[in-house]
Design a binder for this molecule. Structure first.
Ligand code: LIP
Length: 265
């Protein structure tokens, strides 16, 4: 598979950042047993990873704007391009020594996400997508699952917790789906959840109260793998509203119907 120059830049930045994160993940596993715990260490690992991404991406494309989870927005001279970056998606997993986390890099051009990379440094799975050119896992083309019935669907979701999100709404959504689907999963890294929908591993994914950097790359991946992505009102405002639903055409439609009913109940 021949990658475009821009995707090569993104993949190289993800790989370089991954080396640091992988080393730090090894340390976290040791720190788990210490009384002080790894929380401070992890937040500096997160910040270091964002700096590496910023350096690598802005070396290759000086002038592009940069929006990162840690440092917020850094303006560039080229206002039509913005990197939307999560250096460590799945921070809680990382902190607990759970190897389900990733680096997520999306590129927005004039309001549209045109390229995305999601990389898990531990499994070495590199998901890539470019607008109009398909989605890939380690250079192999991926497609969303073809399952057509909710009764066969495995769906990834969130579980709001301790001051985060609307717990009652989530309970209604989960209760509605539990009676109709084959399985629910809470893996804890939105970008990987979306990449797994793109790869046909999950039939659907929905989450509320997430940020543009959690979903920019992954939403393109699902669309380029033939899937549907909207906000939970069925529109295209995922990044501004902070909620998202993904699946193949049928799963997306059915899940949207169920989730909208649950929200009204
Ligand atoms: C996380 C998301 C996850 C969500 C968490 C958090 P972070 O991103 O990917 O799906 O449920 O609340 O936002 O903070 O690890 O980059």
């Amino acid at each position: 598979m021949l990658r475009s120059a821009i995707l090569n830049v993104m993949v190289a930045a993800a790989r370089k950042t991954a080396r640091g994160l992988k080393r730090d993940f090894g340390e976290v596993e040791k720190l788990q047993v210490s009384l002080k715990g790894p929380a401070n260490f992890v937040s500096s690992a997160d910040r270091r990873a964002e700096e590496t991404l910023y350096e690598e991406l802005s070396k290759a494309r000086p002038g592009y704007c940069f929006l990162g989870e840690e440092g917020g927005k850094r303006e560039g001279t080229d206002k039509s391009h913005t990197w939307i970056v999560d250096p460590l998606d799945g921070t809680t997993n990382f902190l607990h020594g759970l190897p389900q986390f990733c680096i997520s890099i999306g590129l927005e051009r004039e309001g549209t996400i045109v390229a995305g990379v999601v990389y898990n440094p531990i499994t070495e799975e590199m998901f890539t997508a470019e607008r109009g050119k398909g989605a890939f896992l380690n250079d192999q083309r991926i497609r969303v699952a073809a399952r057509r019935s909710l009764s066969e669907a495995v769906v990834a979701c969130a579980l709001p917790h301790l001051g985060r999100g609307d717990i009652n709404l989530n309970r209604r959504e989960i209760a509605t789906l539990q009676e109709k689907i084959a399985g629910l999963r809470r893996f804890g890294a939105a970008a990987l959840d979306l990449a797994f929908v793109a790869a046909g591993r999950f039939d659907g994914y929905f989450e509320r109260d997430i940020k543009p950097w959690d979903m920019a790359a992954g939403l393109l991946m699902v669309r380029e793998a033939g899937g549907y992505v909207t906000d939970l009102d069925g529109g295209d405002d995922m990044l501004s509203k902070g909620h998202i639903l993904a699946g193949n055409e049928i799963m997306h439609r059915e899940l949207l119907r169920q989730l909208q009913q649950a929200a009204k109940a």
